[in-house]
Design a binder for this molecule. Structure first.
Ligand SMILES: Nc1nc2c(ncn2[C@@H]2O[C@H](COP(=O)(O)OP(=O)(O)O)[C@@H](O)[C@H]2O)c(=O)[nH]1
Ligand SMILES: [Mg+2]
Length: 323
């Protein structure tokens, strides 16, 4: 079936204790997009904030733990033509969504965000990545390119979009899988972006890189643990790219030109510094570091609470612009 020139959007937002960031970010998400907020058993007001600011949002509770499981739950619930993966911490700039969609409408199956490929006037960069994570990402990215025979510039970035019809090639862990008690199901953690890249590439999909600027997380701290999660990414490359796993190499990796991209409007989100910062969040556990857990329980189904769409939404004119 031909893909629409004006696709409907589902924006999947994994969030674990991101109430204060969502307060700032949510008003900038497109009013006509389906917002699927996947809550990671937050102990703060994450869900309440979403219900207040986007009463039309679909709110799910993820079935296990980890960002990968949260995204898988969101993908399964999405109904839009295009799925946008969007972090809740203020690091993803909502104004970049049209560039991702433009890449897809121009013919790509997958629009892969990159912080490291500036093209023309399309800026790329990161205000959030540490030197150590930058080096790790570069090394893992090089390995991925060798294994996949691709030319990606940013393996582990979480800002990506794809047509919903390519979901079938992903074969992500079943949502109702109970999983082992003592470790995270493979694919449920921060290795998810690498897993997606490997599976999309090996399925021979057309992948276009889209230059993106990663903003600094506004409140709170990252859930990612550089070494443990870096190791999961490395092991993911080994598992996905082993010869028996290979299907076809990606047909093409292009870098999105800026023609379809309107001016990048930096998201000038100014944190309320007078307010107390969000408490540090517990790290997602890795197989090697997980403490003993109680016996595995059957995983819950994602819970959905559809609500009604608000009549008024902030418009582009309402957005604060950077000086
Ligand atoms: N639902 C859910 N969201 C998560 C989980 N871990 C991270 N996230 C969300 O995924 C996004 C990226 O996570 P973050 O901690 O900022 O990692 P980083 O961007 O790699 O430093 C944020 O919106 C987090 O709230 C999780 O276990 N469950
Ligand atoms: Mg982040």
């Amino acid at each position: 079936m031909p893909r629409p020139a004006l696709p409907t959007l589902s924006v999947i937002v994994p969030a674990r204790n991101e109430a204060r960031n969502l307060e700032i970010v949510l008003p900038y998400l497109p009013a006509d997009a389906e917002i699927v907020l996947v809550d990671g058993h937050s102990t703060d007001d994450t869900v309440a904030v979403v219900r207040r600011l986007r009463p039309d949002a679909v709110v799910l509770t993820q079935t296990r733990r980890g960002k990968g499981n949260a995204l898988a739950c969101g993908f399964a619930a999405a109904t839009g033509d295009v799925i946008v993966m969007f972090d809740a911490d203020g690091s993803a700039d909502p104004h970049e969504i049209p560039a991702f969609v433009a890449a897809l409408v121009a013919g790509a199956d997958v629009a892969k965000g990159t912080r490291f490929a500036r093209v023309g006037d399309a800026e790329a960069g990161s205000e959030d990545i540490t030197l150590l994570r930058n080096l790790g990402n570069a090394g893992l990215n090089g390995l991925a390119n060798l294994a996949l025979r691709t030319r990606y510039s940013d393996l582990c970035y979480g800002y990506n979009a794809f047509w919903r019809d390519v979901l079938e090639v992903l074969d992500l862990p079943a949502l109702d899988l109970a999983g082992p008690a003592d470790r995270m199901v493979w694919g449920d953690g921060f290795e998810i972006e690498t897993l997606l890249t490997c599976r999309f590439s090996l399925a021979g999909l057309e992948i276009t890189e889209v230059a993106s600027i990663e903003r600094e997380r506004i409140h709170g701290v990252s859930n990612l643990r550089t070494f443990a999660d870096g190791l999961r990414v490395l092991r993911t490359l080994g598992r996905e790219c082993a010869p028996r796993a290979r299907r076809r190499p990606a047909r093409r990796v292009a870098v999105m030109a800026t023609a379809a991209r309107t001016a990048i409007v930096p998201l000038a989100i100014v944190p309320d510094l007078s307010a107390a910062p969000v408490e540090a969040q517990p790290a997602v556990q890795s197989p090697t570091e997980s403490p003993a857990q109680p016996a595995a329980q059957p995983a819950a189904q994602p819970t959905t609470q559809p609500t009604t769409r608000p009549t008024t939404r902030p418009t582009t004119a309402d957005r604060p612009l950077a000086a």
